[in-house]
Design a binder for this molecule. Structure first.
Ligand SMILES: [Cu+2]
Length: 334
């Protein structure tokens, strides 16, 4: 009983933004700036409830024993009608605790909703049944990597159904709602690897919708991201596939021969291509390059002009154009 009481009293000394406090070992690792605070609020409510529970049980048992029938008979005597002091005490004391629960809970809620302006934004796309994390430079991954000691904001979106992102070690959880963005933020406090789950039933493979969160030291993060995004280390057609995804070609072009807003890249390389003006060209490196950089000069037959964006000459480096050519070539007929 004494150690329990000592831990209960310790809760009163915990300030906001608290260090880890988990005397009963109920929580996963404590890895974000407000994990301690939310644990603390939990324990504050827990200890309060425990004390009240014990008080009510003891009083019930005591009254049942004290006023048992063999003692008071079938017709009990009148008891005092009321006690003002007692009524004030049992109204004011619980009110104080209820207000405290609200106050601490609300402060933590406020902290969660007020996203710092300097937060590093990572876009989280939750789709049936996987996660895609997109970094400010366009790098994409199926797992989340964040710097320690830096405010990170996740922008959540879903193209299909309701999902919910849950990182137990950070004590954060928020719905991912189709058709709108939601934001949540945290500041990881220690390097490590933690699980991330979808916690909204989203169909057959919902239970497989999990990912890893890796927290790395702040100083290493930027170098890590630069290295991961360095597609030059990859085979050119693989780098081309990444460029195809990252620069939005995927929205209009397919790789498997099927029709879309624009012509497919599948099975085209080396063929004779019909143009809108009736002439033909060889679908080779130069034709691809020209089609990307000046789309309207040689218009593919059957497609309207000005559909393909004409800003790729600025948006794509020469190297990216090379990678795209390698990609189209790798899907080609020869
Ligand atoms: Cu899901």
């Amino acid at each position: 009983m004494m150690p329990l009481l000592a831990s209960a009293l310790a809760v009163l000394q915990q300030p906001q933004s608290a260090p880890p406090y988990d005397p009963l070992g109920m929580f996963p690792p404590n890895a974000s700036h407000n994990a301690g605070t939310s644990d603390w609020v939990f324990y504050f409510i827990f200890w309060t409830c425990l004390v009240v529970l014990i008080g009510v049980c003891v009083a019930t048992l005591w009254f049942a024993f004290r006023y048992r029938r063999s003692k008071v008979g079938l017709i009990p005597q009148d008891s005092p009608h009321h006690s003002t002091t007692l009524e004030i005490v049992w109204s004011v004391v619980p009110t104080f605790f209820l207000v405290a629960m609200f106050w601490y809970g609300f402060k933590d809620y406020e902290d969660r909703r007020e996203i710092p302006n300097d937060a590093y934004e990572i876009h989280v796309n939750a789709a049936k049944w996987s996660w895609t994390f997109t970094y400010p430079n366009g790098y994409q991954s199926q797992h989340l990597t964040v710097p320690a000691d830096r405010n990170v904001r996740l922008r959540l979106s879903s193209p299909d159904v309701l999902h919910s992102v849950f990182i137990p070690a950070f004590r954060v959880k928020l719905d991912v709602v189709p058709g709108r963005y939601n934001w949540l933020w945290f500041r990881a406090i220690e390097p490590g690897v933690f699980p991330l789950y979808c916690t909204e039933y989203c169909g057959q493979q919902h239970s497989q919708m999990d990912a890893r969160v890796t927290v790395m030291p702040d100083a290493e993060f930027d170098a890590w991201l630069a290295k991961e995004s360095d597609w030059g280390a990859l085979p050119p057609e693989v780098a081309g596939l990444k460029t195809y995804g990252a620069n939005g070609c995927v929205a209009c072009h397919t790789l498997d021969g099927s029709a879309a807003t624009g012509p497919t890249f599948g099975g085209m390389f080396g063929t004779q291509k019909q143009l809108a003006d009736g002439s033909t060209v060889t679908y080779d490196e130069n034709y691809i390059r020209e089609s990307i950089l000046t789309p309207n000069v040689k218009l593919a037959a059957g497609f309207a002009p000005n559909l393909m964006p004409s800003n790729f000459a600025q948006a794509l480096s020469d190297q990216k154009v090379d990678w795209l050519i390698a990609l189209i070539k790798s899907k080609g007929a020869q």
